[in-house]
Design a protein around this ligand. Structure first.
Ligand code: ADP
Ligand code: MG
Length: 232
């Protein structure tokens, strides 16, 4: 569904992504692993069109999207749950969810799909609260819900467990597992929390200093060649 070929990206003179190639398939969860600072977020931003690439290509469902804007990518069905959540702190929960539907015709964008509240019951009671008043875990759930209201065909998570309390991590794991079981959505899960990624992944890709250094099916994730590239 997603095919990344030979992607290169620079911040000024520093070569941040080095000829990165990878894929993500429909109905599967692909884990993107690697220590702090290896280029995971940079790669995801390039996939979303938030950052330009120097060379290489990104194809989504057979279409070359390398030069498309993030708005166009979102309309094509790619949703993004950014690192640090990036909730609109001064907007209400409901308004944050409506922002997630900005790519839809106004008529459709008025009401929130009821299954969103089944996935995240806590949000239903908080629709008029400001995003900034929610706890970190609630904000993460809101960021995921905001991505899901767009009815994505692919969803990209950037470290969804970072700074989140264990009980909410479990809730988030259940939601991602449910999305995976639907079979019609491609999930790209960037994580440093190995056990969380291990529980959900079908396949994995490991980045180190901007390069893909290992990849394969999830049953190979526990190997020493993978572990040595992850957090201490
Ligand atoms: N906006 C930026 N300008 C310059 N360098 C950056 C910027 N963002 C990230 N970097 C650097 O690029 C490298 C990769 O960062 P990042 O993609 O955030 O890594 P990760 O998500 O794997 O922790 C790091 O060395 C980081 O310091
Ligand atoms: Mg990051």
């Amino acid at each position: 569904m997603l095919v990344v070929q030979e992607l290169n990206q620079f911040y000024g003179g520093s070569h941040t992504l080095r000829s990165v190639s990878m894929t993500a398939e429909r109905g599967q969860c692909t884990a993107l692993l690697g220590r702090n600072g290896v280029g995971k977020t940079t790669l995801l931003k390039c996939l979303m069109g938030v950052l330009p690439v120097a060379s290489g290509s990104v194809h989504f469902e057979g279409q070359d999207i390398t030069r498309k804007s993030s708005y166009e990518r979102s309309r094509m069905g790619i949703a993004y749950v950014p690192q640090g959540r990036e909730i609109f702190a001064r907007l209400t929960v409901l308004e944050n969810l409506q922002m997630g539907m900005a790519n839809k015709p106004a008529r459709e964008a008025r009401s929130i799909r009821p299954d969103i509240y089944e996935l995240f019951p806590v949000l239903k009671d908080m629709l008029q609260r400001r995003g900034g008043d929610l706890s970190g875990g609630q904000q993460q759930q809101l960021a995921i819900a905001r991505a899901l209201v767009a009815d994505p065909r692919m969803i990209i998570f950037d470290e969804p467990t970072e700074g989140i309390q264990p009980s909410i991590i479990k809730d988030i794991e259940r939601v991602i597992a449910l999305l995976r079981s639907r079979g019609d959505i491609a999930i790209l899960l960037c994580e440093q929390y190995f056990d969380f990624a291990r529980a959900l992944a079908d396949r994995f890709v490991v980045l180190s200093r901007g390069e893909v250094v290992a990849s394969g099916s999830a049953d190979r994730m526990d190997g020493e060649d993978v572990r040595k590239h992850l957090a201490v």
